[in-house]
Design a binder for this molecule. Structure first.
Ligand code: DC
Length: 225
């Protein structure tokens, strides 16, 4: 039995996983790790360096050149790709459009999962992603599986992009990208997105952020010392 507490949050794209994960981590004094940011940063590196996704040797070589680090500021996760802060760039469309293909690659997943498991070895953490409760930490004490109405999810992501000044994309394009990523995430061969048997489903279509936090805290309560 592990001594540190792991809260795993999986679910579809843009359904509020990171918002809840950050709020939980802050409330409990845990470390927050955004596993999606890692796949996004790898994708950015592949795009910048024109890595051929059909050539596994190129992928393996590229992976060896990537060092990822998080530094936490106010529970906002900031990711560094070889020392460069790329937190904003990884949220933009070129990365969103390519991250499904990159994150479906077996070697990419193998490397990321190894790093994620190291981060959760001894510290209390909240980690969000697609395979945290099913593959990275099957033994996580608390697991959530988040979902929400696809239209609401697209609207939320669209507003987020607009608020960051990205006006290059329409709501329809955001919706299409989410639908595409849902399909890719749930049908890929390597660790597809699926609910762990012991994960608690949280549909937040009609829940406020405060309600979601209260729900999650209540479920985590029995495991807090
Ligand atoms: O959570 P996000 O939308 O930032 O994640 C980006 C992509 O990375 C998502 O489309 C699927 C992939 N991903 C994954 O395969 N496994 C994870 N644990 C986290 C993200």
């Amino acid at each position: 039995m592990r001594k540190n507490l792991i809260i795993a949050i999986d679910g579809y794209s843009s359904c509020g996983k990171s918002t809840l994960a950050k709020a939980l981590a802050k409330k409990l004094g845990f470390i927050y790790i955004d596993s999606g940011a890692m796949y996004r940063a790898v994708t950015l590196f592949f795009l910048r360096n024109k890595v051929d996704m059909n050539n596994q040797n190129s992928i393996n070589d590229a992976l060896q050149q990537i060092e990822l680090n998080f530094h936490a500021r106010d529970y906002e996760s900031h990711i560094l790709l070889n020392g460069e802060e790329v937190s904003d760039e990884i949220r933009q469309m070129p990365v969103s459009e390519n991250v499904s293909e990159v994150s479906a690659n077996k070697q990419v997943r193998h490397d990321m999962v190894k790093q994620q498991q190291r981060m959760g070895k001894s510290k209390n953490i909240v980690m969000d992603g697609r395979d945290i409760g099913t593959a990275v930490f099957e033994d996580a004490q608390v697991k959530f599986f988040m979902t929400a109405d696809p239209k609401i999810r697209a609207e939320r992501r669209y507003k987020e992009l607009l608020s960051k000044g990205d006006t290059s994309i329409t709501l329809e394009e955001v919706f299409e990208n989410l639908a595409h990523r849902d399909y890719a995430d749930t049908t890929r061969t390597e660790s597809p997105l699926t609910r762990a048997e012991d994960a608690i489903v949280l549909d937040n279509t009609e829940l406020t952020q405060a309600q979601q936090l209260a729900f999650a805290l209540e479920k985590a309560q029995p495991f807090l010392k």
